[in-house]
Design a protein around this ligand. Structure first.
Ligand SMILES: [Zn+2]
Length: 76
């Protein structure tokens, strides 16, 4: 009879935080949710607006405007 043992199972989330859990995009301090990015910047990355390191290319403004126009059309 030994059912006194506490089973401390925290849902298997034994990921060790490595100190960097915020989105790696420039100027963003949201939590990482996808890869190294927050939800929004992961979309940016997918759309080619920023590099995998969160860096903006020199023609970022142009790309960003085009991206906004694309997503506006989708939402409409
Ligand atoms: Zn972000």
């Amino acid at each position: 009879m030994s059912k006194a043992q506490k089973s401390q199972n925290n849902g298997g989330s034994n990921v060790i935080e490595l100190g960097k859990v915020v989105c790696c995009a420039q100027g963003c301090n949201k939590k990482q949710t996808r890869a190294e990015f927050c939800e929004e910047h992961f979309t940016w990355y997918k759309e080619g607006l920023i590099s995998g390191k969160g860096e903006r290319p020199s023609d970022f403004d142009k790309k960003f405007i085009a991206f906004q126009q694309r997503s506006r059309k989708k939402a409409a």
